[in-house]
Design a protein around this ligand. Structure first.
Ligand SMILES: Nc1nc2c(ncn2[C@@H]2O[C@H](COP(=O)(O)OP(=O)(O)OP(=O)(O)O)[C@@H](O)[C@H]2O)c(=O)[nH]1
Ligand SMILES: [Mg+2]
Length: 452
């Protein structure tokens, strides 16, 4: 592993031809290094200065230097940020010069990693920064901003305190078995406290799973019989002629994908081969794939036409979809009467009408937004995690808490209950980053952008 003590440098903006690029230096030698590239040395103070950069005597660029003194910087170290002219060659040349004067190239995410290791941010905040950078819709952006600012982290810190309190009460009653007056250590009181913690963790998990799915992209399959307009629907939703559309049955043979970002949610769409009986080997394979896509999706758009809505193929598809979230999309509504629309609407409670070839899919979009956005998420007043590793940790915490609660209710010895509670406590610490494995931390930050 490269040394954490070395001064590091990286471009914080991407390397392309642009007006201004930003280069960040962080570490003990940040000021010494910049002073080797300018005529009059800058003091170790927080400052913004216009300077000329030199390679020995040769002018390199005119730049703005912003300096931060440890511990009052993003990383908690001395930091110099150089806003230089943004040509690729120019930016690379300045970075090479800085390396020549003693810095080393930063790893991906190393600035954030240092901020974390220097206690400037906790892990939830660090992940928030990443979520913010990669946000695909406004919901993800808002959650990223909230988590970066640590606005709702106190909820999880409060839960940590409550859990510690329960563990301590149990520990006291284990250590002093004869002293049964320890306040709050009766089975009823412990159960009550644990139930409260459980409710919080359970809600956090539910919110987060939903948010993860709608912010990263809900896996959505477009399925149905041939020629009903599935590919037209994909094209209308992504507003691009991606999938081939013809009036020949069996046009789509393989799966075609697309993504649509609504204001607050994202759908990862998969258009599939239409279902029908066929002897064509290639088409058969496509149909097989369509059925697999249903299994691997979280949301299904079953596309039908008015005249085939009740036929056996569609009945089979509905039973294959089972209790997965789905909508029945009656496409080609331009070909049916209002009377038909009313009749069909009476028979199904999750039916939507579209005219995909005319890009008329507004009702469908409104309906999907309503289906997935729950009030609590929109209000954004609680901690929500959208990162899958964090959600997995919360899942494990929930399992352990539930196990200990059940053990208490089943009258198991109290020291056994405490074993699971201690594991939950460690996992909670891992979640906020107060306890960590260096290798895991290295891995977490590697997925960040260079310069972040
Ligand atoms: N009148 C009308 N025709 C439509 C509509 N949507 C699609 N079509 C037409 O229906 C035919 C089939 O459309 P596709 O989108 O290729 O249907 P598909 O379900 O993907 O068909 P396969 O790939 O063969 O399974 C094309 O001729 C489309 O132009 C609609 O809303 N109204
Ligand atoms: Mg098709």
């Amino acid at each position: 592993m490269k040394s954490i003590n070395q001064t590091i440098v990286a471009p914080t903006t991407s390397l392309t031809n642009q007006a201004i690029a930003l280069i960040r230096i962080s570490g003990d030698e940040a000021f010494d290094i910049i002073n080797k590239l300018i005529k009059y040395p800058i003091d170790k103070t927080k400052n913004v200065l216009f300077k000329k950069l030199y390679d020995e005597k040769e002018l390199v660029d005119e730049v703005i230097i912003t300096s931060f003194v440890a511990p009052n910087s993003f990383t908690g170290e001395d930091v110099i940020e150089i806003a230089c002219h943004g040509g690729i060659l120019n930016t690379q040349r300045i970075i090479k010069l800085i390396i020549k004067k003693g810095a080393r190239m930063a790893n991906k995410g190393e600035f954030s990693q240092r901020a974390f290791l220097n206690n400037k941010i906790d892990l939830i905040q660090a992940e928030g920064i990443n979520d913010l950078i990669f946000a695909k819709n406004e919901m993800a952006l808002k959650i990223g901003v909230n988590n970066m600012g640590g606005i709702y982290n106190n909820g999880i810190l409060e839960i940590k305190n409550q859990l510690l309190d329960v563990i301590s009460r149990i520990q006291v009653s284990i250590d002093y078995p004869d002293y049964d007056d320890v306040e709050g250590s009766s089975i009823d009181e412990l159960t009550l406290s644990l139930e409260k913690i459980n409710v919080y963790v359970d809600k956090l998990l539910k919110r987060s799973k939903l948010a993860n799915s709608i912010t990263n992209g809900i896996k959505t399959a477009i399925v149905g019989k041939t020629n009903v307009g599935k590919s037209s629907l994909l094209n209308a939703l992504i507003q691009e002629e991606r999938a081939i559309v013809t009036d020949i049955e069996g046009t789509t043979r393989d799966i075609v994908t697309g993504q649509i970002n609504f204001q607050n949610l994202t759908l990862d769409l998969v258009d599939t081969a239409g279902i029908r009986k066929t002897n064509d080997i290639v088409e058969k394979i496509g149909i097989e794939k369509s059925l697999n896509v249903i299994d691997n999706s979280d949301f299904i758009l079953l596309v039908v036409n008015a005249e085939n809505i009740y036929d056996q193929d569609n009945k089979d598809l509905i039973s294959k979809i089972g209790d997965k979230k789905h909508l029945i999309v009656v496409n080609k509504k331009d070909l049916i009467s209002n009377k038909d629309i009313i009749e069909i609407s009476k028979k199904f409670n999750n039916v939507i009408f579209t005219n995909a070839s005319n890009y008329d899919v507004d009702d469908l979009i409104n309906c999907i937004e309503k289906m997935f956005l729950n009030e609590e998420l929109l209000k954004n007043e609680n901690l929500v995690l959208i990162n899958i590793e964090q959600i997995n940790l919360v899942e494990q915490i929930k399992d352990k808490l539930l196990k200990s609660l059940n053990s208490i209710l089943e009258g198991m010895p109290i020291d056994i209950v405490n074993v699971d509670l201690n594991v939950a406590w460690n996992l909670l610490n891992e979640l906020v980053g107060e306890q960590y494995d260096e290798e895991i931390i290295d891995n977490i930050f590697k997925k960040y952008c260079l310069g972040k």
